[in-house]
Design a protein around this ligand. Structure first.
Ligand code: 5RP
Length: 215
C-alpha cells in the first residue's frame, strides 16, 4: 500500500476523456489507476493492456480489453515506473512487462507516468535495469553487457515474461546518457527490449505528493 501511488493514479484519471480507449500499464501503481478507471468505465470505449496481470484486473471490473492491432494508435497511455530522472527518462520492467509496455507507449500520443515520490532520481541506474531476452541468448547477452557497459547482469531466475522470455537485471549502472544506452543495448542479438524508456520517454509525470505534482 502506498498513498503516493494512489494519489498519482487518481490524478491521472483527469486525463481520461469520454470515448477514449486507454492504454494501461502494469504494477501496483497502475492497479490503483485501474480501480479508479472502473468508476468511469461507462465513459470510455475500453482499454489496451500491457500484461496478463492488468488484463485480469481490468476484466474483473468489467472493462473491455481490446487488441492493439484492432484499435490503432491510442490517445493516452498511463503507466508506472521504477525510476524517473529529471528529463522524464524512465527505468521500467520491475514487473517484467517492459516489452508490451514499450509497444503501447510507442503507439500512444500521450504517455503519462504515475509515480510515488521515491521513484524520482537525479540519475537512473540505482534500480537494476531490466532487459528481456530470448532464452537461448541469455549468456551471450549477459557477456556482451558485462564487456560493453560495465554493469553486472543478473538473471531473474524463475521469472518468465508474458511473451515466454527471460529477464536480465543490470546492476551497477549510472545512466547519464539514457538514449545512447538504450540504443546500444537494443543492438545486441537476443535482446527483445530494454527497460529504458528514453527515446520514447514520458510526456507527463505525475508525482503522488499530497497535492500531486505534474511535471
Ligand atoms: C512493470 C513496470 C512497473 O511500472 C514498475 O515496475 C513500477 O511498479 P510499481 O507501480 O508496482 O511500483 O514497469 O513492468
Amino acid at each position: 500500500m502506498s498513498e503516493g501511488k494512489r494519489l498519482a493514479a487518481e490524478k491521472a484519471i483527469e486525463y481520461v476523456e469520454d470515448g477514449m480507449i486507454v492504454g494501461v500499464g502494469t504494477g501496483s501503481t497502475v492497479a490503483y489507476f485501474i480501480d479508479a478507471l472502473a468508476r468511469i468505465k461507462h465513459r470510455i470505449d475500453g482499454a489496451v493492456s500491457s500484461s496478463d496481470q492488468s488484463t485480469e484486473r481490468l476484466r474483473s471490473h468489467g472493462i473491455d480489453v481490446l487488441d492493439l492491432n484492432a484499435t490503432g494508435p491510442l490517445a493516452l497511455y498511463v503507466d508506472g515506473a521504477d525510476e524517473c530522472d529529471p528529463g522524464k527518462h524512465l527505468i521500467k520492467g520491475g514487473g517484467a512487462a517492459l516489452t508490451r509496455e514499450k509497444i503501447i507507449a510507442e503507439a500512444s500520443r500521450q504517455f503519462i507516468c504515475i509515480i510515488d515520490p521515491a521513484k524520482q532520481v537525479p540519475v537512473l541506474g540505482t534500480f537494476p535495469l531490466p532487459v528481456e531476452v530470448i532464452p537461448m541468448a541469455r549468456s551471450l547477452v549477459a557477456r556482451t553487457i558485462l564487456e560493453t557497459t560495465g554493469g553486472q547482469p543478473v538473471w531473474r531466475e524463475g521469472v518468465k515474461t508474458d511473451n515466454g522470455n527471460w529477464v536480465l537485471d543490470i546492476h551497477g549502472l549510472s545512466i547519464t546518457d539514457p538514449v545512447a544506452l538504450e540504443a546500444k543495448l537494443n543492438q545486441i542479438p537476443g535482446v527483445v527490449s530494454v527497460g529504458l524508456f528514453a527515446r520514447r520517454k514520458a510526456d507527463v509525470v505525475i508525482v503522488g505528493t499530497p497535492t500531486p505534482t505534474v511535471l
